[in-house]
Design a protein around this ligand. Structure first.
Ligand SMILES: Nc1nc2c([nH]c(=O)n2[C@@H]2O[C@H](COP(=O)(O)OP(=O)(O)OP(=O)(O)O)[C@@H](O)[C@H]2O)c(=O)[nH]1
Length: 130
């Protein structure tokens, strides 16, 4: 099983969403930044590392949401979301092709990677927006 963390990064009431490039798996779909958990790594350390590697910003994990299991053609993915706060740095896109800071009320308009859909729903429930 592939454990993948993803960061719902909050700043001033908005949330950061990123678009996968045409060269990545799941091209052009929107996701929360993150990536595969390495051997011996905590979920929090993975998030901090991946977000820095992909976006050049620092975040601090605040709250773990419910993991989502998803079977792809090749592997079973466990997507592990954490709400994070933005700590600092300027965004440089190193893997994605686009990013947006969005109001939570607009999150459902994006064309999400499939496993992210229940993550968005749980986040909106938590924010009392659904
Ligand atoms: N980062 C991230 N990956 C996601 C999300 N949702 C989702 O299904 N995935 C899937 O999780 C898998 C791993 O993601 P990734 O390719 O970004 O991980 P990584 O940076 O560690 O991989 P790499 O170093 O091999 O490029 C991919 O198959 C991706 O499609 C999400 O919200 N964020």
């Amino acid at each position: 099983m592939l454990k993948v963390t993803c960061a719902i990064i909050e700043l001033h009431g908005k949330v950061l969403v990123t678009q996968r490039s045409e060269f990545m798996r799941e091209p052009l779909l929107w996701e929360f930044p993150g990536g595969k958990l390495e051997q011996g790594e905590t979920e929090e350390a993975c998030l901090v590392r991946e977000v820095y590697e992909e976006l050049n910003i620092h975040v601090r994990p605040l709250k773990r949401l419910t993991p989502v299991m998803h079977q792809t053609k090749n592997h079973l993915i466990e997507l592990i979301p954490h709400i994070c706060t933005y700590v600092g740095g300027v965004i440089h896109l190193l893997e994605h092709i686009a990013f947006e800071w969005v109001d939570p009320s607009a999150l459902q308009k994006y064309n999400w990677c499939l496993p992210d859909v229940p993550v968005v729903e749980e986040y909106l429930r938590l924010k009392k927006m659904t």
